[in-house]
Design a protein around this ligand. Structure first.
Ligand SMILES: *Cc1c(COP(=O)(O)O)cnc(C)c1O
Length: 383
């Protein structure tokens, strides 16, 4: 391996998460959201892992991510693009049986013309505006959209009707989420009365599925939870405390660990500044280890003098700033530590663990951002 750090993916942890989440949604279909390079886990490594865990439906953001899935997926695995699909990528999507969300009348038009040209049905999910005001077909656009679908039923297969809820992970959005669900029910009925009855209705992301069971319908778009993270502390507490889903141990296990090795070690006398500038003064003699990972590799600059890593099962504090490619940790209390020893940036070592959540609280970057920004070039290894 030529990289300075690596990411390990734990098949056992993933199997447990999938089993738990499937139990929570009953017969509904599990649509695994793998945008953002599978939340940093790596699309190419994650797909086979997830297929082994029993998942066969995936959702990506764009055509590029979809093309990467096509390279590695099993033949019967289904794929949907939730976001960007340019007109000039439409033929490619239809040709490759990649389904996609339709949230503008224009995209429906583009789908029909590609399907007509290729003599092949376009697989679509109608995304409805229910109150997030980001993407989604407006109610007043539906009559024309319905008419267009009916007229071109030879070219269009409506696999799903869906919407996205604007922040189910926080109680502050309760009224908004509830109102969205009501609007969705109304529009579902409207479509049904016009003969548009898809195989799947879906509105829930992780937080919605785990807090509002009514949003589960017969498909759930699980993102963050499958990787072993609660969407928010609130979601975790709600589930920890609620009667029906009481648990004593966290049922979600972190799938990803991020590891590296000590690059060099040096001792510094009391009274010296370390690293750039005058931000960190040694007030005692210190033994420092250099860690060959920096903000270039996704280790946030804001962890300077505040983050921790694990070495020999002990916590070692980041001292001084995070540089582009390295940082220093205090190993004065770990005398046996040597060059080349394993360092855990995220994950477990011995009894201790560094969770992305604790990491994230420090950086004020939520799980989602930190994970999805882990650089693609860090190798992902399945364990
Ligand atoms: C990202 C995303 C999800 C998954 O959200 P999680 O909170 O990670 O479960 C679901 N639906 C859409 C449209 C998304 O963009």
């Amino acid at each position: 391996m030529l990289n300075t750090s690596w990411i390990e993916l734990d098949q056992t942890a993933l199997n447990k998460n999938i089993r738990y989440l499937k139990k929570r949604i009953g017969d509904a279909t599990f649509l695994s959201v793998i945008k953002g390079n599978a939340y940093g886990h790596g699309i190419e490594q994650y797909i086979p892992l997830a297929e082994k865990a029993g998942l066969h439906n995936f959702a990506v953001y764009d055509a590029f991510e979809a093309s990467r899935v096509l390279q590695v997926k099993a033949a019967d695995t289904q794929l949907v693009i939730m976001g960007m699909l340019d007109d000039d990528q439409m033929d490619w999507a239809v040709e490759n049986d990649v389904a996609f969300f339709v949230f503008t009348p224009h995209r429906l038009e583009a789908a029909i013309s590609s399907a007509r040209k290729l003599k092949k049905k376009a697989q679509i999910h109608l995304e409805l505006e229910t109150g997030m005001h980001r993407t989604g077909l407006e109610e007043n656009e539906l009559p024309d959209v319905i008419a267009n679908i009916k007229k071109n039923s030879r070219y269009i297969s409506v696999n799903g009707v869906c919407t996205h809820l604007a922040g189910a992970e926080s109680i502050s959005n309760y009224v908004r989420v509830k109102t969205q669900s009501q609007v969705f029910e109304k529009l579902k009925k409207l479509l049904k009365s016009k003969g548009i009855v898809p195989a799947h209705y879906h509105s829930a992301c992780s937080a919605a599925a785990l807090i509002y069971p009514d949003t589960i319908m017969n498909m759930v778009r699980f993102g963050i939870a499958q990787y072993g993270f609660w969407p928010s502390m609130e979601t975790k507490m709600h589930n920890l405390l609620s009667e029906e889903s009481k648990f004593t141990r966290d049922p979600l296990k972190t799938v990803l660990s991020w590891k590296t090795r000590i690059m060099s070690i040096k001792s510094v006398e009391k009274g010296n500044f370390i690293n750039y500038g005058v931000s960190y003064l040694c007030v005692k003699p210190m033994r420092l280890a250099t860690i060959p990972v920096g903000y270039h590799h996704g280790y946030s600059k804001s962890l300077g003098s505040s983050g921790h890593v694990l070495i020999h099962g002990k916590r070692a504090e980041v001292v001084g700033s995070i540089n582009m490619n390295m940082f220093l940790v205090d190993i004065s209390h770990i005398p046996s530590a040597q060059c080349g020893d394993e360092v855990v940036l995220i994950g477990k070592q011995g009894e201790l663990s560094i969770t992305v959540a604790s990491f994230a609280e420090l950086t004020k970057v939520i799980n989602y951002e930190l994970l999805s920004r882990l650089p693609q070039q860090i190798p992902r290894i399945v364990i």
